[in-house]
Design a protein around this ligand. Structure first.
Ligand code: CU
Length: 418
């Protein structure tokens, strides 16, 4: 015999079918128990849709809870009925029952009942869809652009958002800073592939599709940090494309706008001055720092379109005013400093957030590792070979092969960019 089938004599003794069934039931029960336990952990989950923190997420919650409960009760009733019927009428060799028809209650009743249920769910669903699509009450507009693999935010010139409006465009990335208790409208776009913007505590998801603009209402009741992540597979580092919304109270948001639009501050510290030159030599071709000029006083304008597939790289003018980087995946703050800000009481959060990242609070390790070899931290199809086969364009930030002292100089400069 060539086939590898054990002969009956040597076959292992199998468990009895009843034992197997019992074991399966046990497994199912354990799995269910675990799920229930995990659901319990969700209490302090930062991305929990069941803990809405703003008007729009609350509309969704007010819809999903009753639907879930009604569907849950119906589900249990249906399973119970099926179980009962299977058991009660199982084949015991009895005669076939008489086949009947013409019972209007049985024929029309379930149709009316299902239609009523569907209406009961459909009417509030459609109402919520319209409510969430409303744009007429917008108080602040931000253009949100999906990039591989980070989110870019552009605040266009407008009368809203801040007390004096936004008088010159602001470009930032990773953390979307908004005033709390304000109807913010995100105009969602994409620069490369399809992404999806999702801050579960503030609203549902909205796809970012190249060539289109989709709107998403965002409103936070309280100052604080609200986390999210890209929810549409967008390539190699999709899992490393996160974002946060930082909601500030209005007065602090106004200060944030003033800081973001302040004229360029030349570094004064000698180390940072050296760092500025090293930055210009190695980083400025991709990264814009607004107001920076060369030694002849000529403004330096980045040209990421010549080096990066998507034609974009984050604006680093105020890098240290945000507290995460590179797709909001790594912290710019040390764990202790981060906890202080992220777990602050709402009335204290705005002040702490505006402090940005100081030298003492800088999580230098991750920033260093990033500048030394970004693709090692976040796979980006940007090895030398991939860049060469791509007409010299990198997808994401390449390894720039800098020396340690150059990296130190650049960091000395970057910490002055609040
Ligand atoms: Cu994405």
């Amino acid at each position: 015999m060539t086939r590898n089938i054990p002969s009956p004599e040597v076959a292992p003794v199998h468990d009895s079918p009843r034992r197997v069934t019992r074991r399966r039931v046990g497994l199912a029960a354990t799995a269910t128990g675990l799920l229930v336990a995990l659901a319990g952990c969700a209490r302090n989950a930062p991305q929990d849709t069941f803990q809405p923190a703003g008007e729009n997420a609350r509309s969704i919650d007010n819809l999903q809870r009753p639907v879930f409960y009604i569907a849950g009760v119906i589900g249990i009733l249906v399973f119970a009925a099926v179980g009962y019927i299977v058991w009660r009428f199982k084949d015991r060799g009895q005669e076939l029952p008489i086949q009947g028809h013409g019972k209007p209650i049985l024929e029309i009743g379930p149709i009316v009942l299902s239609a009523a249920l569907l209406l009961g769910i459909g009417v509030p669903t459609v109402a919520t869809v319209f409510k969430l699509a409303k744009t007429s009450d917008t108080q602040c507009v931000v253009i949100v652009t999906g990039q591989q693999w980070w989110w870019e935010y552009t605040y266009p010139v407008q009368p809203g958002c801040a007390a004096g409006g936004i008088k010159q465009p602001i470009v930032t990335s990773g953390q979307l800073v908004v005033p709390a208790k304000t109807h913010v409208l995100a105009e969602i776009q994409s620069n490369d592939v399809i992404h999806s913007y999702w801050i579960p505590k503030l609203n549902g998801k909205r796809d970012a599709v190249p060539g289109r603009t989709h709107t998403l209402r965002l409103e936070a009741d309280q100052p604080g940090i609200y986390s999210g992540q890209c929810t549409e597979f967008c390539g190699l580092s999709h899992a490393r494309m996160r974002m946060q919304v930082a909601a500030l109270d209005q007065a602090h948001f106004d200060t944030w706008v003033t800081n973001q639009t302040a004229p360029y501050q030349k570094p004064t510290d000698p180390a940072a001055i050296t760092g500025e030159a090293t930055f210009q030599a190695n980083c400025s071709r991709c990264h814009q720092v607004d107001g920076m000029a060369d030694s002849a006083g000529k403004p330096i304008i980045s040209q990421p379109e010549l080096y990066v597939v998507s034609g974009s790289a984050p604006n680093l003018s105020h890098l240290m005013s945000r507290n995460t980087f590179a797709g909001a995946v790594w912290d710019l703050l040390t764990p202790a400093c981060r906890d202080k800000v992220w777990h602050a009481k709402p009335e204290e959060f705005s002040e702490l957030y505006l402090q940005g990242v100081s030298r003492e609070c800088l999580n230098e390790k991750d920033l260093r590792d990033w500048i030394r070899d970004a693709p090692a931290k976040k796979p980006m199809y940007s090895s030398d070979a991939q860049i060469a086969s791509n007409n010299g364009l990198s997808r994401g930030m390449p390894n720039l092969k800098l020396k340690d002292d150059q990296i130190s100089q650049i960091i000395d400069y970057l910490v002055t960019r609040k």
